[in-house]
Each structure stands twice: as structure tokens, then as C-alpha cells.
Write a protein of this length. Structure first.
Length: 87
């Protein structure tokens, strides 16, 4: 289970998937968000990654079993998600 708090939780609940990905790809973090949440640049970026991981995990869990078998990387993705959800 991926537990989110603070900025990561806000990203997950209020940001679109596109915005999360766009912010992850940005070269510099949003200074206003870092100041508001008292985050370092690394903490800001990690929060976005956690929000993205939780979104992807929820998507993966919603795929019916018969479709999951057709996805070539399905087991590898699930292993990664399970491993990352321990944090």
C-alpha cells in the first residue's frame, strides 16, 4: 500500500495525471510549492513520483485479469509497484 501525506497526497488528489507527469519532467521544481510545503527540491520531486506511482498502481489494479495476461511487462510492473509500495 502506498501511503501519501502532505504534498504527495495533494498531488494525488488534486492534480491531473498529465500535470503530475509534466511537473516531474520539468527541469526545476515549483518554488511556490516548495515554500508552501517546506520541501527541498528532492522532496518535491519524490512527492510527485509517489503520487504518480499510486495512480499507476490504481490503474493496474483496475485492469481485468484476462487483459493483464496480454500485457508483456505486467508481472515486472507489478513487482516494481509492489516493491515501491513498501516505502
Amino acid at each position: 500500500m502506498i501511503k501519501l501525506t502532505g504534498f504527495a497526497e495533494e498531488c494525488y488528489t488534486k492534480y491531473t495525471l498529465e500535470k503530475i507527469i509534466k511537473d516531474i519532467r520539468s527541469k526545476t521544481p515549483k518554488k511556490t510549492e516548495c515554500q508552501k510545503w517546506k520541501l527541498t527540491e528532492t522532496e518535491w520531486r519524490n512527492s510527485l513520483w509517489l503520487a504518480l506511482l499510486k495512480r499507476l498502481k490504481n490503474i493496474a489494479e483496475g485492469i481485468p485479469n484476462e487483459m493483464q495476461l496480454k500485457l508483456p511487462l505486467d508481472s515486472a510492473i507489478k513487482q516494481d509497484i509492489n516493491w515501491l509500495s513498501e516505502f
